[in-house]
Design a binder for this molecule. Structure first.
Ligand SMILES: *[C@@H]1O[C@H](CO)[C@@H](O)[C@H](O)[C@H]1NC(C)=O
Ligand SMILES: *[C@@H]1O[C@H](CO)[C@@H](O)[C@H](O)[C@H]1NC(C)=O
Length: 535
């Protein structure tokens, strides 16, 4: 009975099956099946946690999309990450308890409450996965892309996990019947071969010699520096200059009196998220031409930032900066062009809330640009609206395209696409053809590192204050060096497992006495059936 009472054994059994005092005697509980379910769900929840962590780069898109639907700002993405982390930890713990019981020779009997929680977990993951597939299918390519940054480390992790778990498999193998022995051996060898040889399939732009590493991508401030100041305000653009950005990214709309101003949200969200228009006018607007510039310029465009703290970065601001942020208003395009001219920074923008005749909007906007006296080479013309007109009237502007096919059709040499729209090989190929490739929106260090290895010319980012300090990609490894490392790791693992297997065989004598002991325990339990165990 000593084993029955060991703290570890009691705890794991109690937490897994709620049998605190004695082992389970329930024989009809499909214990093996539930063990399998826990194992599969643990793997799934870890995969999901990984997915949500790599999608963290795009958290702002998700939160904004949900704002569009719910008209209420909540950091939903953080909520999803927290639930996913709790769920994965829970599954991993359950699996650990189960393995401890297997080692101690206890019977497995998953408590119904755990079954219920696992069911809730499955519902949660399934609904989020369906939600993403329906609303943001463009998010999925981030996952395979991220593997180019993480695969070598995941492989090392898998080798370690396989080595650590192998004693359990060998134990099962030693006690199995002949048929099951064969099955266990085949499955184990297949899984091991897949893990050991997977580096043959791993491709990463960061597997290069250091001397071939391209130049660090330039930074473009996405609506300025939206983590350090309210987006699309002069404070935000000034902050991005401190990060050394080479271009401002912004969004232009036209007021009732045809003054171009800077605001991203449009249509039903117009002015709702980033200004106090609703309190100010006590009504909602759906179009930029609902208001004159005089009316727009008096709205507050900074208080929301301090209130909602959309990136959890407000604490980084000094008191002075907070006061400054609180006083921000909507800037006109003219104000931004003055700043750009002064610092020789480029400007790239989208046009929103266009009227039916969009060329008119482009005409009014380029008039403002030419009146500002800015060097035309600093204007990166992205909007499809009025491209022909602009190209004819202002050939000095740089024409930037949002897809490879458009760019090739127009013989262009500047591309601006989502970071996952091109494979890293395509980025390399385009750079070889001297195409300037800008990728949006890159906020996380791992993604920036990967695109740096691939040779991106520049990235649009929310976090220029972090990326400006990245002096090297997270990792760069010469291909032959990586090959040596993974082969050595594989060999070390094989040798260790062979050792464990031989040790396992040697201790079979001990294992047999153990079995006799366990049979004794079970017999004892059957005689002493307590009422607590009847379920
Ligand atoms: C805003 O403009 C749109 C389109 O021009 C119009 O349909 C709508 O009625 C206007 N709303 C207000 C409040 O003026
Ligand atoms: C790209 O530019 C470099 C240097 O300006 C030049 O030597 C090379 O020939 C160009 N490549 C192509 C494909 O145009």
């Amino acid at each position: 009975m000593s084993r029955d009472k060991s703290c570890c054994g009691v705890c794991s059994r109690g937490l897994y099956s709620c049998h605190w005092t004695k082992s389970s005697t329930n024989n009809k509980n499909h214990a093996c099946l539930w063990f399998l379910v826990v194992t599969v769900l643990t793997l799934l929840s870890l995969c999901w946690l990984y997915t949500s962590l790599v999608m963290f780069n795009d958290r702002d898109d998700v939160n904004c999309k949900l704002f569009t639907i719910l008209k209420h700002w909540v950091n939903w993405f953080m909520v999803v990450i927290i639930i996913s982390a709790v769920l994965s930890s829970y599954c991993v713990l359950l699996l650990m308890f189960a393995l401890i019981q297997v080692v101690l020779g206890e019977k497995l009997d998953l408590h119904s409450l755990h079954k219920f929680f696992l069911f809730l977990g499955v519902i949660f993951v399934a609904s989020v996965v369906i939600g993403i597939s329906v609303k943001w299918p463009q998010e999925w390519p981030t996952v395979p892309l991220s593997l180019q940054a993480t695969a070598p480390f995941l492989q090392f992790g898998a080798v370690v996990a396989l080595t650590l778990l192998s004693p359990f498999v060998f134990r099962g193998f030693h006690v199995a019947t002949k048929g099951s022995k064969f099955l266990i051996a085949v499955v184990f060898l297949l899984v091991a071969a897949a893990i050991f040889l997977s580096p043959l399939l791993i491709q990463s732009p960061c597997l290069i010699d250091l001397e071939n590493l391209p130049e660090k991508p330039k930074l473009i401030g996405h609506r300025g520096a939206p983590m350090l100041a309210p987006e699309n305000t002069m404070m935000s653009f000034n902050k991005s200059i401190e990060c050394g950005v080479t271009a401002f990214e912004t969004d232009v709309q036209l007021s009732k009196d045809r003054i171009p101003f800077l605001m991203h949200d449009h249509e039903s969200e117009f002015l709702l998220r980033t200004t106090d228009a609703q309190q100010f006018f006590n009504q909602t607007f759906t179009h930029s031409n609902n208001l004159t510039w005089e009316e727009l310029m008096h709205l507050n465009a900074g208080e929301w930032f301090l209130e909602k703290d959309p990136y959890h970065t407000v604490s980084l601001l000094s008191d002075e900066e907070k006061t400054n942020a609180k006083d921000q208003t909507i800037p006109s395009l003219h104000q931004l062009l003055d700043l750009a001219k002064q610092h020789s920074v480029s400007v790239i923008f989208d046009i929103y809330n266009t009227t039916d005749n969009d060329n008119n909007d482009a005409v009014d906007i380029v008039k403002t640009i030419s009146d500002s006296g800015i060097n035309p080479r600093l204007i990166l013309w992205l909007p499809p609206q009025g491209r022909e007109y602009v190209n004819m009237k202002f050939p000095g502007f740089v024409q930037v395209y949002s897809s490879k096919s458009q760019m090739h059709a127009k013989n262009g040499s500047h591309l601006n696409v989502k970071y996952s729209a091109l494979s890293t090989n395509e980025i390399r190929e385009l750079r070889r053809e001297n195409v300037t490739v800008n990728l949006w929106v890159v906020n996380e260090r791992w993604l920036f590192s990967l695109l740096w290895c691939a040779g991106a010319s520049s990235v649009t980012t929310n976090s220029c204050h972090l990326l400006k300090d990245v002096a090297q990609p997270d990792w760069v490894l010469a291909p032959h060096k990586y090959k040596t490392i993974w082969i050595l790791v594989d060999i070390a693992s094989v040798v260790t497992m062979i050792g464990l297997y031989i040790l396992g065989r040697k201790s079979r004598c001990f294992g047999q006495t153990e079995e006799i002991h366990r049979n004794g325990t079970e017999a004892w339990n059957e005689r002493e059936l307590s009422p607590f165990l009847s379920t």
